[in-house]
Design a binder for this molecule. Sequence first.
Ligand code: ACM
Ligand code: ZN
Length: 640
Amino acid sequence: MGSLRFYSSLVVLVFTISNSSSQNKPVSCIIPEPVLTKLLDGSYTITDNIKLCLPENNVENLALSDILSELFYNNTGIRPGIVLNNKEVKSGIYLRLNLNWDSTIGNEGYNLTVDKKSIRIAANKTAGLFYGFQSLLQLLPFKTQENITGTQKKLEVPCLEITDYPRFQWRGLMLDVCRHFFTIEEVKRMIDEMVQYKFNILHLHLSDDQGWRIEIKSLPELTKTGAWRVPRTGLWWDREPPQDGEVAIYGGFYSQDQIIDLVRYASERHVQILPEIDVPGHSRAAIASYNYLSCTKLPYKVNPGSFFQDVAGHPYNSVVLCPGQEATYEFLEKVFNEVAELFPFEYIHVGGDETFKGFWSECDSCKKCMAYNNLKNTDELQSYFIKRVEKILNAKGKNLIGWDEILEGGLAPDATVMSWRGQKGGIEAAKQNHKVIMTPNSYAYLDLYQGDPVIEPPTYGMLRLKTCYQFEPAPDGISPSYILGGQGNLWTESVPAFRHAEYMFWPRSFALAEVFWSPKGKRDWNDFIQRTNIHLSRLDHADINFSRSFLDVIIHPLKDDNGNLIIQLETEVDNLEIFYTFDNTYPDFHSLKYISGEKLSIPKDADKFSAVTYKNNKQAGRTISIPIKDMERRVSRKSR
Ligand code: ACM
Ligand code: ZN
């Protein structure tokens, strides 16, 4: 999309919405929607000699000014000069730390004021200045050839006043770097993308059955052996186990120097990195490196897929750590010693999910440990294990986070729970006065399908954009003070490349950003979709991949009262028209038009149904075609 058209549509959007706005209606094109936006008359014109004016000359401000200047250049093609020590200039964007604490905006909030003479961002802390600047960038047109070469005469920002601060302190995204490996450069790119939408936690899932991804100097086999698996493509769940003599060549890991660099990069952008070492389940890569860690002591190989048998014929692929032997805790002491040194964040995630406990009831060490510690069952053994890991972390000044399975057998005293199997684990933990991060698979699992499986790359489940937008991290019936916030998780079993990770993150993470930052009462789906369309153009300009699946038709095959197959159609987004065919041709706006609520019966000779969405006579979504026999299968699968 050309810049002028983009910019004028943006200005028109800002003003159109403001003219018709009621008190609660969003009035900006910013994602996440700010708490309060007041549009004023006129605009500020940005010129080539604009300056970024920061407070005193210290290291933090110098790092911030470099980052903001680069962001401004990437967005506009203009590189602003830097002026420190609170000086005033002719044409300036002023970033000022409040001399008196403004309790409305807290640690991360800001006030952004644009008048005809200047742009001003005020905050209590640097994080607020950073987020205020991100909002300002979203009010600007994106970098284009016209403004790089100076042929675009005016870069204007509407005069306005914004007061903004987050609803939740924990606004996370998780990237699983185990199932597929992503380079440090890709992880940094991820940080660049997420901070535009005011996410502040990047959770890195660093160990699993499919790979160990962080250098631990005292345990070199973890990356020599554990970081590598045999290469496989194709469906994750159909992949062959490693064959005898086959070499493990797919994988990678982050050296400690890379981690130190990444942590600094993240922290300069106000992102905390949450490291996860997943134990006692999902530990096959560690066990492949050090066989003594499992109950069986058998040799295991790093898993290239998700097949459901191990070399000993156990029914589950996840060989687990032995919690009954001291050697396991000595190993974990070494791992967490180095992890705690590398990551300054107060939390370390220890997993705790999906542990197959069958090994433990057959293991002499586990049985002895249970008898000695009076543990009634393997749930209590798991709880004993997590409590011991918590002691290891606490001794290093860190707090433990675990998936909601750590509730089984009793929570560790100060554990924070990440609720993923819905929200019930989080609710239970909050009732027990524990802190909670809500990341339910029903609203926040970004590895799920976002459009019809016939047209999307293969994965599982379904999480449409609209469902993400309906996520409520603070459910009724518990004190919201226990809910730190929420997080979107991208497991990467079916995500072999970073471009595809972007496709899965965006725009569903726009929705999550708004859920985590904006006031609940400001959520407005139709307005969000208008802003999403603008932001997808921004991502396009920045060469960031994303999905437009939310514009596709949704096809519901059903049975009528007589057992005949019928079809109903809908869209996630309002005001789309749907056209369809039954004759094996691609539909367009001359085809049959679907009337909302209509039940389509299947013509006798039809063997395929196709449908597509249109807006203003232009194709909006993709054409989706499903053979009639597959529709029958979908219905019978649903009714089972
Ligand atoms: C998980 O998805 N197993 C936390
Ligand atoms: Zn054991």
